[in-house]
Design a protein around this ligand. Structure first.
Ligand code: SAH
Length: 445
């Protein structure tokens, strides 16, 4: 999301006469787009800021700005805490950047952290940064209304709102014309997408009958994108189990260009913890959803997010998480130790009572189990043929391409005279936990 937002910022500033540079030390303006999801993300930003102290001594014109969730969370306080910062701008205020930069030019420090009730950037064509010309992100919703008790996002990104489908299609059309091959539709909770003419999702009940009849939900948007751009591969992230409906899975099955991959965070396998997290579904409901996905799309790649050490998590809760992982056997997973975020419901009501050592031990256990599952899931592909979109050079060898299957598996194979953006059939010969290794079967495009 921040990656996509930085592209919006680059577009706004380009219009204002700014140019991008790869060398931070040459810059007169440095903007850090920040994340608040865990304390570590914020500490990383604070450490990065130190790098600019000496640069600022050498270049008196250098301005430093903090954008994104940390700006929204800490507001003016950031100016006191980080003397090097001239500018603090929240996720919905980037259009104000030219004005704020004017203020900063006049030796003032500037802050704008006002959150919006509409999709703020629908009319902006993002400037793609460090892009391979193959994959691009397209924002479809902003904010989140779910109020998971551990999560800072509703406080830093505001209420949930959806982007006009016309402007989404317009952006994808531009990407298509430029030769992009794959887009990822982005939102904190894409299944909750609802376009009824603008405004926060929570106000939908106040909409007119006409608006309600013509409203578009996520499956409608998916269908629109997939049918309008049959040559483009479509992904989306993130799905929230409580909002994912069968029509989304059916639409995925109906269109070959929608990738067979669903990132479906659950956070814990314990019903008691799910309830305390305000995740509005049970373990059983989640397992039924997984079953339905596999019935409709048998080989669908599925991944999860998991948090260990949420307040009061017992050994038994942790075992529930491990057994859920055994039951699902995910392809991939993103796993984290609980980090208390100031202002969230959990921070206000539950004591962060699991020691760092215990969180870490449980984290290591789930990571080990996930690696085992990823390896097992990858082994299924050995001796089979996969359709792969080439998106970069392999990190380990200049003679090999790296690409992804529809199910989101990374595949590495010899380059021959193939190019970035080609879709090729690869025969898989071996695998590691993270990678399928193969050779060309035949060239498709
Ligand atoms: N809206 C997305 C979440 C984005 S944050 C969704 O619901 O899937 C990505 C992941 O960070 C979350 O799924 C969760 O696993 C993790 N996370 C969020 N808050 C956290 C916290 N306070 N401590 C540890 N991990 C957290």
């Amino acid at each position: 999301m921040n990656f996509a937002d930085s592209e919006v910022v680059a577009s706004i500033l380009k219009k204002d006469g700014y140019e991008l540079t790869d060398m931070a030390k040459d810059a007169n303006l440095v903007l850090l787009n920040t994340c608040s999801i865990r304390d570590k993300a914020e500490q990383t930003v604070r450490n990065k800021l130190k790098n600019f102290n000496s640069q600022k001594k050498e270049n008196k014109d250098l301005k430093v700005g903090l954008l994104g969730c940390m700006a929204e969370r800490l507001k003016e306080k950031l100016l006191d805490e980080e003397k090097i910062v001239d500018l603090v701008v929240g996720p919905d205020s980037y259009k104000d950047l030219p004005n704020l930069l004017d203020e900063v030019e006049h030796n003032q420090r500037a802050v704008n952290v006002i959150l919006s009730k509409s999709e703020t950037y629908g009319d902006i064509s993002p400037v793609r940064i460090h892009n391979n010309g193959i994959n691009a992100f397209v924002s479809i919703t902003r904010g989140c209304d779910n109020m998971c008790t551990f999560c800072v996002v509703p406080f830093t990104r505001g209420r949930e709102r959806s982007r006009n489908p016309d402007s989404i299609l317009r952006e994808i059309n531009e990407l298509n014309e430029k030769g992009y091959k794959e887009i990822t539709l982005l939102g904190q909770n894409v299944d909750s997408y609802l376009w009824y003419g603008g405004g926060p999702k929570k106000d939908f009940k106040k909409a007119s009958e006409y608006q309600k009849l013509n409203a578009k939900k996520f499956s409608d948007l998916l269908e629109l994108v997939a049918s309008n751009f049959p040559e483009i591969r479509i992904r989306f992230s993130t799905s929230n189990p409580q909002d994912m409906t069968t029509d989304v899975i059916e639409t995925m099955a109906k269109y070959e260009n929608i990738c067979n991959y669903i990132h479906l965070p659950i956070q814990s396998g314990s019903d008691r913890i799910l309830k305390k997290m305000n995740r509005l579904h049970t373990r059983q409901e989640y397992l039924e959803l997984i079953k339905k996905i596999r019935e409709i799309i048998p080989n669908c790649g599925i991944s999860h997010d998991m948090i260990t050490g949420f307040p009061t998590e017992t050994e038994r809760d942790h075992q529930d998480t491990l057994s859920l992982m055994e039951e699902v056997e995910y392809d991939f997973g993103y796993m984290f130790a609980y980090s208390e975020r100031p202002g969230t419901y959990a921070a206000r009501h539950f004591k962060d009572n699991i020691s760092p050592e215990l969180k870490q031990r449980r984290l290591e256990e789930i990571i080990t189990l996930q690696q085992k599952h990823s390896f097992e899931r990858n082994k299924r592909f050995i001796n089979s043929k996969c359709s792969v979109l080439i998106d970069k050079s392999s990190k380990k060898s200049d003679d090999h391409w790296s690409g992804r299957t529809s199910e989101n598996n990374v595949v590495v194979f010899p380059k021959y005279d193939l190019s970035l953006g080609d879709i090729v059939d690869v025969k898989i010969n071996e695998c590691t936990t993270a990678t399928l290794i193969g050779d060309i079967y035949k060239i498709k495009v």
